[in-house]
Design a protein around this ligand. Sequence first.
Ligand code: RET
Length: 278
Amino acid sequence: PVDANAVGNIENLVTLTAGQYTSGSLILMVSYGAHFAFILYFLMTSMQLAPRYRVVPIISAVVMASAGLSLLREFTTWQETYQFVGGMYQPVAEGETFTNAYRYGNWTITVPLLLTQLPIAFALARPDLHKRAFRMAIPALLMIWTGLYGQFGETGDWSRLNVWGVISTVFFVWLIIEVRGVITAGIANSPAELKAWPKNIWWFFLATWGLYPIAYALPQLGFTGDVVVVRQLLFSIADISSKLIYGVILSRYVLRRSALEGYLPSAEALSTTPAGST
Ligand code: RET
């Protein structure tokens, strides 16, 4: 029998069916595959934008690479954590333990980048942009690090899980207030045709970032294979929406802004409609 407090995450305490094990592998594989594939998409998109907006999809490409590597690490660790014994996948007695802590470590890089994309896309003036990016990064990092500390309680120390979960949520609320300020400035600073975009990004932000605390709390439903798989699925949906789809939305927004502000992409980018063909 393993010491529950020594293993970090509940993944190391449950025996999985072949279906649950394969689902977990598949979820992690699709996640890192999607992130890596979209590096190219974001780099290509940057070429169609007015220079001031190019850094928006470039940041998405950096986030894709960083998150993709972290998720690849989760995938290989998952595979090394279980061995097929007697028709079931059991956590190995020695060698490797699974951990979600790498995710939290990775958010330290990706979350401030994702937040900084907003005021850049909204074309806020330089000093205001820097101030707002900084004011979002502070509660964001405190939220992540208190959550990282708390999640080690998920194998049975509920007071650690919940006390630090609540502290982390206080920082999340602070962050939401800062983000709302950036959204409001973004609405004011958007061309009339695009004012609906920051409003919709706000709801998208709340819905997708809100999935992470649910995943954090989920082990309290029980140490079962289903909880383990559903949690990886929740993390995966949250990752793909809060980084990848979010990046696509911001890229479409700055693409429209570039055009409205009179920027013409290069002839190459328009080569699907050769001169004189219309
Ligand atoms: C934690 C701990 C429990 C309470 C709260 C949390 C919020 C986490 C969030 C994470 C967002 C991560 C993103 C990553 C992208 O790379 C830390 C789980 C509120 C909101 C967007």
